[in-house]
Write a protein that binds this ligand. Structure first.
Ligand code: CAA
Length: 380
């Protein structure tokens, strides 16, 4: 067992750290205030290879491993979780899904642009009445021979208004339950594909979240991903990888808040000394650091499982469950350590606290992660 990062991994982490500090940090408060999508920064992240981190270079990707992916996700998320969720969804729900389950034609047509950031991807599973209960898809895809007709509504879609390529999960044969579900590639601008207003959110306000409406959208048969009826399994497998990305995002939010709290506690004085010298604060720092290190081990283990070709359904769910809990608890503590300043936007920790909450909700709530973990324990 080796707990050290390779030199290459350290270089990748440092490149992401440097990008986050020099490019993401300067406008992050303003983007959060204005709910502004980081359009130019997405392009820059594409140029750096952050949008197709694990994609084979023959499709325009960076050809890196999942360890590199989580290192990049942690560094970006320390500063700007709105930017990092765009990276996470594009990498693990869209690029990974297409590379693993798409046809060669689909990869040539879509993946090559998604991996370089020329296109941005969205993953559309959740519906008004099918969030955690993902098998209850109401969106329908009716087989018409050489094409499908798609009708329905998708909710809370990350990059919903800004994406170019949308992976849409829909029910083709209700009688077959989860085996009657398919995944399709849709393009922005297809007739009948409408984008609803942007959501006004508590956190990750720079990320662009929309409801999407499909009214008789005609989708060519070659845009179905995989065999007929394989869409639910496709969604579950891609989400397992997505959960590693969100776990790394939660880790980054927690470690970003911890670093700010540590720095502040060494500068701020009360009762004649820096507040880190008071046990009430010092013990908070000890708890934060310990829990963040434990979360980091779990995130790395899930990424390692993926790199080794092991099943990572359980380790990714565990990493997301734990890292998101640590992110929520310790961003609250970081605000507390900052006192009144923690409640003020310029100190960044209040934004990290708001951003932390979504990591317990999207790509499967914490309750869903417990279902995945417990089912896999019982099956083992
Ligand atoms: N790999 C392969 N197959 C899987 C699988 C996996 N990880 N998980 C389930 N399956 C298979 C099952 O084996 C089963 O197949 P059989 O019928 O052949 O046995 C089939 O899929 C149905 O599975 P379940 O019976 O377990 O289905 P369920 O109705 O009990 O639901 C669930 C399972 C885990 C709760 C699932 O519905 C789930 O993960 N829900 C949460 C959905 C979610 O994460 N949504 C996030 C939205 S995306 C998002 O947030 C993106 C964003 O923009 C940030």
């Amino acid at each position: 067992m080796n707990f050290s990062l390779s030199e290459e991994h350290i270089m990748i982490r440092d490149a992401a750290r440097d990008f986050a500090k020099t490019e993401l940090l300067p406008g992050v408060i303003e983007r959060d205030n204005k709910q502004e999508f980081p359009q130019e920064l997405v392009k820059k992240m594409g140029d750096l290879g952050f949008l197709g981190i694990m994609v084979d270079p023959k499709y325009g990707g960076s050809g890196m491993d999942a360890i590199s992916y989580v290192l990049i996700m942690e560094e970006l998320s320390k500063i700007d979780a709105s930017a990092s969720v765009i990276v996470s969804v594009n990498n693990s729900l869209v690029c990974y899904g297409l590379e693993s389950y798409g046809s060669e034609e689909q990869k040539q047509k879509y993946l090559t642009k998604l991996a370089t950031g020329e296109s941005v991807g969205a993953f559309c599973l959740s519906e008004p009445e099918a969030g955690s209960d993902a098998t209850s898809q109401r969106t329908t895809a009716i087989d018409k021979g050489d094409h499908y007709i798609i009708n329905g509504t998708k909710n809370w879609i990350t990059s919903g208004g800004r994406a170019d390529v949308y992976i849409v999960i829909a029910q083709t044969d209700r009688d077959k339950g989860s085996h009657g579900i398919n995944a399709f590639i849709l393009e922005k601008g297809m007739k009948g594909f409408d984008i609803g207003p942007k959501e006004d959110k508590l956190g990750i306000r720079g990320s662009d979240t929309h409801t999407l409406q499909f009214n008789d959208v005609k989708v060519p048969k070659e845009n179905r991903i995989g065999a007929n009826g394989s869409g639910f399994r496709f969604a579950m497998k891609t989400l397992s990888g997505g959960r590693i990305g969100i776990a790394a995002q939660a880790l980054g939010i927690a470690s970003g808040a911890y670093e700010l709290a540590l720095k502040y506690s060494k500068e701020r004085k009360a009762f004649g000394t820096e507040i880190c010298n008071h046990q009430a604060i010092a013990f908070k720092l000890a708890d934060m650091y310990t829990d963040i290190e434990a979360a980091r081990m779990m995130v790395m283990k899930a990424a390692w499982d993926k790199d080794q070709g092991n099943n990572y359904d359980k380790s990714s769910a565990m990493a997301k469950l734990y890292a998101s809990k640590v992110a929520m608890e310790h961003t609250v503590e970081a605000v507390q350590i900052h006192g009144g300043n923690g409640f003020v936007k310029e100190y960044h920790v209040e934004r990290l606290m708001r951003d932390a909450k979504i990591t317990q909700i999207y790509e499967g709530t914490s309750e869903i992660q417990k279902i995945v973990i417990s089912r896999s324990l019982i099956k083992e």
